[in-house]
Design a protein around this ligand. Structure first.
Ligand SMILES: O=C(O)CCC(=O)C(=O)O
Ligand SMILES: [Fe+2]
Length: 523
């Protein structure tokens, strides 16, 4: 997929640049060919004009020869061959075809376009973005549009149409209205395929019907008929709308219509609502709650770190969540990305065997095994030093890149079955260590909805938390998520420490925490 990782889109741009280059070459070649042709024709024309009296002209035997030769050779060489069996031009075309074929890239599909539509919808929903701001390329009000992107009428139309197809009539109609605005402001859309007012109305009218605004749907449907009196579907809809309107007039009071995004859709979980609020920054810890949080430098008893101590910033005490700043060198980040970039695959959710791709997690990832990548040894040692945990039972490093509006909805990192099935003696995921490999321009925080905590990515920093209580029972307060990326790309690296092999590093507590915070399990 192209919409689930920014790295994929980058590849697409590289390919596009290559295609532009190839066709530029082709065009240059074609233009050269045309120039030659034109030069020849002009030359002939000139000669014909200069010929004067024909008898005089052919009286000179040289002219006769020149004319005949011209007709035998020059026309063939300069015009007929290049145009009709233009061998070099054809060869050129076929080498162009070959080199395009060699790129062997899958073109983005309608599914990619739908994925990108859903991503924009998610961003609008989570960050409450205005359609008209977005349509003019502004992500957040007050923020200048740095890239000067602006969507065309066809872009807005495509979004609106796709949204209506998935019954998101509310945002869908807004995008279709934007398309109309743009169309009327600039009727001659260039380059992108044009869209007509009637096409927009064909989707806008049913969208308003879907929203329960029958009168407006009827009015817009009539506009279609004004423009295209023989529009069959509009005639059918006209009958339908008029029938419904007549029925409504006879039944008063009118029935309350449910908005489609409320009707027919599951009420989101409480943690999802909290997640969006935390991502927006509406929900956060109070200063009173934060007053016991500390920052400090520590060497964790490792002599080397007396010189270059770890920089700890506590973010939550119970359950424990903390940043460790400046733990990765830029060169290490580059190495990780270099090794992983070529192998990214769409991220899955669920346990191996029945895992699938879903909109819950829109990213791509790959795994970096320590055995296969000895250069990772230093990072592995650092992870042990900073956490005090053993990596004997740890998973390989997981490199993740989020795509357009990429997110990971609230989830637990631990397995339902205590990890026995997949991880055997290693047991469940005790702690998560998450490296941020870049800064994200807007959005992309790691959110803990029950802790009212949003942790923004900081390049080179590590985020650590315990998923299990000290008795190794699940701590349901650790539900967490990756907020949608609003602007920029987001690269992270996950390390999961397991329960096994920590007997002497983090001995279990003696009291069972089994029932603690059980009420959060399914929230
Ligand atoms: O992207 C994030 O910030 C969170 C990622 C995460 O929770 C995971 O990969 O399990
Ligand atoms: Fe997670």
């Amino acid at each position: 997929d192209y919409y689930t990782a920014i790295s994929e889109l980058e590849r697409l741009l590289d390919v596009e640049a290559f295609i532009v280059e190839k066709f530029d070459e082709y065009l240059e070649r074609a233009q050269q060919e045309q120039k030659n042709l034109k030069r020849f024709l002009d030359h002939i024309e000139e000669q014909q004009n200069d010929r004067g009296d024909l008898e005089d002209y052919f009286g000179n035997p040289l002219n006769a020869f020149i004319t005949i030769r011209r007709l035998v050779h020059d026309w063939k060489f300069n015009v007929f061959d290049p145009v009709f069996n233009s061998s070099n031009f054809e060869t050129y075309k076929s080498t162009l075809g070959d080199s395009l074929e060699k790129i062997n890239i899958k073109a983005p599909t309608q599914e990619d376009l739908n994925g990108a539509t859903r991503a924009l919808l998610r961003l609008q929903n989570v960050y409450q973005l205005n359609t008209d701001h977005l349509a003019s390329g502004v992500l957040l009000p007050g923020e200048k549009n740095p890239l000067n992107i602006s969507l065309s009428a066809s872009d807005c139309f495509e979004l609106g149409k796709n949204l209506c197809q998935i019954k998101e009539y509310s945002y869908g109609s807004e995008w279709l209205l934007e398309a109309r605005k743009k169309l009327h402001g600039n009727p001659l859309g260039f380059i992108s395929p044009n869209v007509s007012d009637v096409e927009i109305l064909e989707h806008l009218s049913p969208a308003f019907n879907g929203l329960g605004n029958l009168k407006l749907a009827h009015k817009l449907n009539n506009e279609i008929l004004d423009k295209k009196p023989d529009h069959e579907e509009a005639h059918r809809n006209k009958l339908l709308y008029e029938g419904q309107l007549a029925k409504e007039r006879s039944f008063t009071p009118r029935k309350q219509v449910d908005l489609p995004h409320v009707a027919g859709k599951k009420e989101p979980k409480e943690s999802y609502k909290l997640y969006t609020q935390v991502c927006r920054g509406e929900l956060h810890q109070t200063p009173r709650e934060q007053r016991n949080l500390r920052c400090w430098l520590t060497h964790q008893g490792v002599p080397y770190y007396r010189l270059a101590p770890f920089k700890i910033e506590q973010l939550n005490l119970d359950p424990y969540v903390a940043y460790v700043h400046e733990v990765l060198w830029d060169s290490e980040i580059d190495m990780i990305m270099e090794h992983g970039k070529g192998n990214m695959k769409r991220s899955m959710v669920g346990q191996s065997g029945n895992s699938t791709t879903t909109e819950i997690r829109t990213s791509q990832n790959t795994w970096l095994w320590y055995d296969a990548n000895p250069w990772l040894a230093k990072i592995k040692q650092r992870l042990e030093d900073v956490t005090g945990l053993s990596t004997e039972s740890a998973e390989p490093l997981q490199l993740v890149n989020y795509g357009i509006g990429g997110q990971y909805e609230p989830h637990f990192d631990f397995m339902e079955d205590d990890g026995q099935k997949v991880f055997g003696w290693k047991g469940n995921r005790l702690a998560t260590a998450l490296f941020y490999l870049n800064d994200v321009a807007l959005g992309g925080a790691t959110a803990f909805p029950f802790l009212r905590l949003a942790v923004p990515p900081v390049k080179g920093s590590l985020l650590i938390w315990y998923n299990l209580h000290s008795s190794t029972h699940k701590d349901f307060r650790t539900k967490h998520a990756g907020c949608p990326v609003l602007q920029g790309s987001k690269w992270i690296c996950n390390e999961w420490f397991h329960v096994g092999a920590q007997e002497f590093r983090r001995p279990c507590g003696l009291v069972s925490d089994e029932g603690k915070f059980l009420h959060l399990e399914n929230k």
